[in-house]
Design a protein around this ligand. Structure first.
Ligand code: SF4
Length: 308
């Protein structure tokens, strides 16, 4: 069995994930364990389990945390009401939310203060959407699809703005935005899309090569909405696509009849994990052919270890 292995790039940590992981490492070193993190620091089970070994406790339940202990907010952002509850309990906190997520929270607050209602495209069960809407659940209307859009009603004079989750499918979001604009002609769009550069680049990197390959492996966790979207992108182009946390999850029949396998990963996956998948494929008869680099990313977000 011989097949080609092609790597997609960019695929590794985005600036927000790199910052959140780096900050948590530095916080551990500076303040010592235990450190508490709301939710998962990033959506990757290996990273979470490595931190758990160092006495980082991942919990949303504030009953688990005592006064003066330190909590870190994850890269996905945090609900304003949760920050208040943390402060009310005299828990010290450091915010490792990605600055691009914080930007959407700020935009939502700014528009609501100017009497807008916000149509927010996002996934109802994703933390980022849940926490952004917490800024004003009455005025931020989360929609995931056309059926949700259909239910919205506003007067033609109501000021409306559209914001969205940073990690959506670029193509699906464009289609939903244009439906929303048809329904509400007064709808304003922010000057820059809220879908972040890392999401766009990783989806484009996969999309560009899909016509040339026959199988797609996305390395990532199943609770990472972006990893799922990359896999769905492959399926949309009729490619056999799988989402795996590690090489152990590659079924032997997946490799049957493969001519070229494309590997990519979401931004919360370490390069070591991608390399382990590549090595496994090589042990099964795969030959590394090339890495296709769509674009080089230079974004860096500085750390802030300031306790509040
Ligand atoms: S995917 Fe984008 S928004 Fe999410 S952490 Fe990375 S850079 Fe930030």
């Amino acid at each position: 069995m011989n097949f080609k292995i092609i790597l997609a790039s960019p695929r590794w940590y985005c600036a927000g994930v790199d910052r959140a992981i780096g900050m948590l490492d530095d916080i551990l070193e500076k303040y010592g364990a235990p450190i508490f993190v709301n939710h998962e620091i990033v959506h990757n089970k290996f990273i979470v389990s490595e931190f758990e070994k160092k006495w980082v406790v991942f919990t949303d339940n504030l009953d688990d945390v005592e006064k003066w202990q330190i909590m870190v907010f994850s890269a996905h952002g945090v609900a304003p009401s949760y920050v208040q509850a943390v402060a009310d309990k005299w828990i010290r906190y450091i915010d490792a939310s990605c600055p691009l997520v914080i930007k959407v929270h700020k935009e939502a607050k700014k528009f609501i203060a100017s009497e807008y209602e916000v149509i927010y495209i996002g996934q109802h069960n994703h933390q980022e959407a849940i926490w952004v809407s917490d800024n004003d659940p009455e005025k931020i209307h989360v929609i995931a699809n056309e059926a949700d859009l259909e239910k919205l009603q506003f007067s033609p004079t109501q000021k409306l703005v559209l914001l969205n989750q940073t990690t959506l499918s670029v193509d699906d979001t464009k289609a939903l935005i244009s439906k929303a604009q048809e329904k509400f002609p007064q709808l304003e769009l922010p000057s820059f899309s809220d879908i972040c550069y890392a999401t766009t680049n990783r989806q484009e990197a996969v999309k560009n090569i899909l016509p040339e390959i026959d199988k797609l492996i996305i390395v990532g966790s199943k609770n990472s909405s972006n990893s799922v979207k990359l896999k769905l992108l492959g399926q949309k182009f009729w490619k056999e696509s799988i989402l795996i946390d590690s090489p152990n999850e590659i079924a032997s029949d997946f490799l049957e009849w493969a001519k070229s396998i494309w590997i990519s990963s979401w931004a919360s996956v370490s390069e070591d994990l991608v390399q382990s998948v590549q090595k496994f494929l090589e042990s099964q008869g795969g030959l590394f052919e090339k890495e296709i680099v769509l674009t080089k990313e230079k974004m860096i977000f500085p750390y802030s270890l300031e306790l509040k």
